[in-house]
Write a protein that binds this ligand. Structure first.
Ligand code: OSB
Ligand code: MG
Length: 378
């Protein structure tokens, strides 16, 4: 269902960008590397009526998950995308993607800017992002993404901790050499839990025999086993596995989602607003999957309280039938940059109801994590 009632226009006076470095509560290891600090870009738009809007550019420090990374996003946002929006002056959130469309790629940077405009417009309308998106759930079931640990025993202990906190679905990261034994250990320790694995593009079709052995662990899905552009290979792999394939990295737009589904490369989709260029494109993917009977879930990029609130609103839409990676803020951060960070309540996260993102920025925390800033003016 497309957005029922468009948002008001925002008149942009200023765009402030900051690079933040926020320590993680524990290192997060995937097939592409280990992070101990979340480097992220926070966007604030200031409007003529005095209202602010906040967004988050979810790039990471290095281009390992995708081609985007902090300094690249900073450059394109300050040099091209921000000035193009300011030149337009007054625009509705629904116009942002079209204004930025001439600039190829850089979807995370575009998504962060669009989110800030959305937040400003909805705050001035007094509407929540959830109601704007047509979200129906008041709370959403919360899954957690667990990084690669020292060994399978350590992984079981870490998973045990998250289950004790109440998380309703576990996702473990895998890579070649850290796949079958890790998954077997978690599955045998917790026979009944909803469990899935994420390879972050670490395999090739030559690994199909190994990946097929994951079938015995009764997984919900295997996320992005092959490279971002391996659509045909994913379709071939799908023929070899009983476990459903769920694409993450490969789904860069609604068009990419449609193509991957048509080719049989994926039967479940992880929707991340940053990866696809914004929350409005994310809604288009939700809508096409809902029409096609394809389950979707909301992925994460270690968002701060800003993006985490937006993800909770997105994940409250009716097509999100699988638990997402929308975990509590304290899964990653001892201190967040919003006043009331997302918490876990009985395995669920509450969908914000206040205007816009429904979060207030903790100015002191924001300041303490800021390592660079720039202000763009009309
Ligand atoms: O592949 O889903 C992923 C984090 C950074 C980059 C890619 C991924 C992830 C996660 C963590 O799995 C999701 C989260 O809890 O934010
Ligand atoms: Mg993933």
């Amino acid at each position: 269902m497309p957005i029922a009632t468009p948002a008001a226009s925002a008149s942009l006076d200023e765009i402030e960008l900051r690079v933040l470095q926020i320590p993680l509560v524990s290192p997060f290891t995937t097939s592409f590397g280990t992070e101990t600090v979340r480097e992220v870009i926070v966007v604030r738009v200031r409007t003529a009526d005095g209202g602010d809007g906040w967004g988050e550019i979810v790039t990471q420090q290095a281009p390992l998950y995708s081609s985007e990374y902090t300094q690249g996003a900073w450059d394109v946002a300050t040099r091209w995308l921000g000035p193009a929006l300011l030149e337009r002056g007054t625009l509705a959130p629904e116009d942002v993607a079209r204004v930025l469309e001439p600039f190829v790629g850089h979807r995370m940077a575009k998504a962060g800017l669009e989110l800030a405009v959305l937040d400003a417009a909805l705050r001035s309308d007094g509407r929540s992002l959830a109601s704007y998106l047509g979200a129906t759930a008041k709370t959403i079931p919360s899954g957690v993404s667990v990084g690669i640990q020292a060994d399978p025993a350590a992984l079981v202990e870490t998973v045990q901790g998250y289950l004790a906190e109440g998380y309703v679905r576990i996702k473990i990261k895998i890579r070649p050499g850290r796949d079958l034994a890790d998954t077997a250990a978690v599955r045998s320790a917790f026979p009944g839990i909803p469990l899935q694995v994420d390879a972050n593009s670490a395999y090739t079709l030559a690994d199909a025999d190994t990946l097929a052995q994951l079938d015995r662990f009764d997984l919900l899905l295997i996320e992005q086993p092959l490279q971002e552009d391996d659509i045909v290979d994913h379709a071939a792999l799908a023929q070899r596995l009983r476990t459903p394939i769920c694409l993450d990295e490969s789904i860069t737009s609604a068009k990419a989602a449609r193509d991957a589904l048509a080719l049989g490369a994926t039967t479940v989709i992880n929707i991340k607003a940053g990866r696809v260029g914004g929350y409005l494109e994310a809604v288009r993917i939700h809508d096409l999957c809902r029409d096609a009977g394809i389950p979707v879930w909301c992925g994460g990029m270690l968002e701060t309280g800003i993006g985490r609130a937006a993800n909770a609103a997105l994940a409250a839409m009716p097509g999100f039938t699988l638990p997402g990676d929308v975990s509590a803020s304290d899964r990653f951060y001892a201190r967040d940059i919003v006043a009331s960070p997302v918490v876990l309540e009985d395995g669920h996260v509450r969908v914000p109801t206040g205007p816009g993102l429904g979060v207030e920025i903790d100015a002191e925390a924001l300041e303490s994590f800021t390592v660079a800033r720039a202000t763009l003016r009309r």
